[in-house]
Structures are given as C-alpha cells and as structure tokens.
Write a protein that binds this ligand. Sequence first.
Ligand code: SPV
Ligand code: MG
Length: 252
Amino acid sequence: MSKNESLRKKLESKSIVKVGGAFDAMSAKLVESAGFDAIWAGSFAISATHALPDASILTMTEFFDVASTMAQTCNIPVIADCDTGYGGPTNVSHTVRKFESAGVSAICIEDKIFPKQNSLLKGGKQKLISEKEFVAKILAARDAKINKTFMIIARTEALIAESGMKEAIQRADAYENAGADAILIHSKKETPDEIIEFSELWKGNIPLVVVPTTYPTVSVEELIKNKFKMVIYANQTLRASYLAMNKVLKEI
Ligand code: SPV
Ligand code: MG
C-alpha cells in the first residue's frame, strides 16, 4: 500500500489520526519511531531552523527540499505545510506537482494573504484572501494532482483573522465543494471551545483537522467525541530540540 493510501485508510479506519511536527529528516524519523501516523513538515519549524520567522520568507524550493527529504527517509506519510501555496493558482498547481512527485502524501494550504504571518504571532496581522480567490487555488490543486489519493488539506484562518464563525463555516463549505480532501480549522484561543463550536455547526463530509498549540490540554478523547479526524502536534520537536540543545551547550 502506498503512503498516500495508508493516510486515507487511517483516516477511514482510526478514530483519529495523530500527526507529529518535524523540521528535518532526523526529527521526522523520531516522529515515526514514536508511533505517530504521519509527519507534519511545518512552516514554523522549518523557518525556525533557518533562523527565520514563519512569514513567507523561505521559498517554495526550500520548504520542498525539507519535505521531500522526509518523504525519502520515512515510511509514514508526510503532510507538507505549504502556507498560502506560494502565490496564485498557477503556483499552487506547480506546488502540487512537485510535492506529489517527491512522495509527499498531502499538502495543506491556507486562505491568508501572501506574505503571511504565523497564525499565533502576538500582535500579528492576519488577513484573509477572498473565498473566491482561495477556491481558485483549491480547484488548481485538485486539477494538478496525478493520483486521487494525494490529499489537499484546505485550512481556513477565518477564526484566526477574527472574521467570525459564520465566515469560517461558509468558507469550509466552499472549500469542500471545490474539491478539498480535508478542512483544517485553526484557532488561537486558549480553550478548544471555538473549534468544538465549529465542529458542531459545520455539516461537511470530509475529515476535520486541528492544531491544538494554544489549547494543548484538550484530550484526544474530546477531539474524537467532537468529530475531529486528525490532530497535528505542530512544533513540539522544534521546542524540544531547542530546549535540549540550549541546556547541553550551557553545561559544557
Ligand atoms: C506550523 O506549524 O507551521 C503551522 C501551525 O502552520 S501554527 O504554527 O500553529 O500556525
Ligand atoms: Mg505553518
């Protein structure tokens, strides 16, 4: 079974798919050895390893090099965080072709303006592109994939941008109708209330994904109870390595 098929199968058969964030092949291997279902090649962590902020500064090729090395070295699926898709629909088409042919199993693109700022940045300016513009990116992504098992995860930042629950639901519907294979609903709140409200109101039929960085105490059971099918622990390996390296270096 291909890694793409295994990700699809896990989404169907498991109560929830657990994804661990990584920033290079070594951290990705550690995520794999720890028993996670898939690897998140996160833009925050990969930018940080270049001593850069998560603000659309690295190029698509730089993110691609990291994700493709992970895909070459790991036996579990890699999900690449492709930010805003590195441009318009044509850039998204090219991105899908590159990442899919390198053995990455899914890309995630988000509905913010380029250049974007990290969703959790204190005082960050979070601006969305229009629903119509983002739908055009999803259509381009859907049409560019060669194998139907490759996944396009559409991430709405409507709650991050404080555009309201109604806007988040409407966008998730539009993205599903455009051909997204999953919806990532992101929140910067310190409790899961907002994403739980979203899951109660949204009547979509594709898997719902969360990144509980600001509400890390939410239990997997609570996520399962609220119909979430994938949870991404986005930058734990980065934080762990930063703390460990700092400690060891200071002790020398
Ligand atoms: C990342 O890990 O790059 C993400 C998740 O996109 S977050 O940092 O929460 O925006
Ligand atoms: Mg990111």
